[in-house]
Design a protein around this ligand. Sequence first.
Ligand SMILES: C[S@@+](CC[C@H](N)C(=O)[O-])C[C@H]1O[C@@H](n2cnc3c(N)ncnc32)[C@H](O)[C@@H]1O
Length: 241
Amino acid sequence: MIEWFEAWFDEDYALLYSHRDEEEARVAVERALRVAPELQEGPVLDLACGTGRHLEILRRTNPLTFGMDLSKALLGMAPGGLRPWLLRADMRRLPVKVGALHGICLWFTPFGYFSDEENRALMLDLGSRLKRQGVLVMDYLNADLVTRTLEPEDVVERGDVRAQSRRSIEGNRLVKRMVLTHRNSGEMRDVMESIRLYTPGELQEMAVRAGLRLRRVLGTYSGEAFHVDSPRWIGIFEKAW
Ligand SMILES: C[S@@+](CC[C@H](N)C(=O)[O-])C[C@H]1O[C@@H](n2cnc3c(N)ncnc32)[C@H](O)[C@@H]1O
């Protein structure tokens, strides 16, 4: 069976999320570098890098930064100069040595895609790949805000694509079901997202088990402190042992 995250992250995703652009990435990376200067040196992984919008900025400061993603389509859309620095792999099987990385970044919610067991195993794995005092940037959603402000339905049109979305909270997951219509060809497809909603406390508890200590929590890409109505929960952790 093909999982939702194997099917969805392609050219249609890139078009519908094109407002998540290079400028947003620049602001986020510049702020993260100030809170976590460890990202400036040594091997750093932009995990689930997509088209490489953060990777390109990170590499201006640290030329040992590399990216990894499962989506052939998104990796194929990355700027040509990034090619030697891109890997295609599943984050559940990281092809990286234990203790090798100075930093790992997960930008724009690539966490919570799997079962609880697999998400927890992934967090442990991320901790193990970091060297002592390495940093993890976990850019995750604000689960409480998402639940309180859920928009059950909307329609978005970008370029040739019309996306009708229905959102619901199913158990402890945010589920978004979309019908995409390519207006020129009339071609239609169904896609979905299903993200486990973790509270900040649950994320921290998982991170502690992975040997990570919370250094700072930001609520926006520009670096405001997290509060209950913040759009993001960006945890910056350091490997404690
Ligand atoms: C919401 S996008 C974020 C992309 C990028 N970080 C950004 O901010 O533009 C999530 C990314 O996770 C990747 N992804 C999903 N499942 C994955 C997996 N099992 N292993 C590696 N990458 C995965 C997708 O292909 C996609 O690029």
